[in-house]
Write a protein that binds this ligand. Structure first.
Ligand SMILES: C[S@@+](CC[C@H](N)C(=O)[O-])C[C@H]1O[C@@H](n2cnc3c(N)ncnc32)[C@H](O)[C@@H]1O
Length: 284
């Protein structure tokens, strides 16, 4: 270790080197070592989608621009924490403006989808507009100096049905690959995919078809393991460190343990820390 862990309050050591850090990632990331992580793999709270029940939570901003600024400022700190050849893999989904609705009714199957508020329609957009948030965030990060290297479509064959009749059902999210510098670590050989005849392999494509994995203990969508595996394999070596500042149920930690990487995860809620500890401890 090249930095002083005593600086991190309320830290929870799980295993030698790998950690779950309890706290607000906006503060905690500042305490992490510089130039240290091979990659950051994360899915931040989406704008106006889930109520995580914290004051001043990311995702509950009234203004879209403020939400984008909040994310940009945390990822700018993270840029210093990545190695010079490090990468950021950011998963983010899009959403529609709320129109005149100010709250979303409780979804019986998925209670956390009910919000006590819905942000107003951003200036310049109309009711029913697709916001294009992933791209707005991607462009904002690009302006800050990140290299935007890939827009991966995570296609979800088992996506949630929608009752809409005037547009197709949303069945994808984005995973953006950003690099800190022009040259960066990306092991394309490691994650090659089979060709249609399954006889040869080719460079991995940008549409990744992966089913969502229901995880009833968590009140949010967790990463499917198969979505995260190629990311970690391509962007870190064994024993390299991976960062997830919105750790949730700890899927990044689970995959890191499977692939013999180390991780630092940051999470606000004790309940989710306990879930992730259990999941990671179950990996043999
Ligand atoms: C979308 S979930 C992440 C799920 C995760 N990718 C997984 O596979 O389980 C976002 C997580 O970020 C946490 N969170 C939200 N705001 C946070 C903050 N400011 N600092 C740390 N964690 C935060 C939430 O409690 C939630 O667990």
């Amino acid at each position: 270790m090249t930095f002083d862990f005593a600086e991190i309050e309320q830290k929870k050591v799980l295993w030698k080197d790998s950690l779950i850090i309890k706290g607000d990632s906006r503060e905690m990331v500042k305490k992490l070592p510089n130039n240290f992580y091979s990659c950051c793999v994360t899915s931040p709270p989406y704008w106006g989608k889930r109520d995580y029940g914290y004051n001043g939570q990311i995702g509950a901003e009234n203004e879209m621009d403020q939400y984008i600024k909040n994310l940009v400022s945390i990822f700018n700190v993270i840029k210093n924490k990545l190695k010079e050849d490090g990468t950021l893999w950011l998963n983010i989904g899009d959403s529609y403006t709320s129109g005149n609705r100010t709250w979303r009714a409780e979804d019986k199957k998925n209670p956390a989808r009910g919000m006590s508020f819905r942000p107003p329609t951003p200036i310049g957009l109309k009711p029913k507009d697709l916001i294009g948030l992933p791209w707005r965030i991607a462009f904002a990060l690009q302006e800050e100096g990140w290299y935007l290297r890939s827009d991966i479509i995570w296609y979800k064959p088992n996506c949630q049905p929608e009752s809409v009749k005037d547009r197709p059902t949303q069945s994808h999210e984005y995973i953006f690959l950003f690099s800190k510098n022009e040259k960066y670590f990306y092991d394309f050989e490691r994650i090659k995919e089979p060709t249609a005849n399954k006889k040869t392999f080719r460079n991995k494509r940008t549409v990744w078809s992966v089913n969502t994995e229901p995880f009833p203990d968590a009140h949010f969508a967790t990463f499917p393991i198969e979505l995260i595996k190629p990311i970690i394999e391509a962007s870190s070596l064994k024993n390299g460190f991976v960062l997830d500042p919105f750790f949730g149920a700890g899927t990044v930690g689970v995959v890191c343990k499977m692939l013999e990487r180390k991780f630092h995860g940051i999470e606000l809620k004790d309940e989710y820390i306990e879930i992730s500890k259990k999941r990671i401890n179950n990996v043999r």
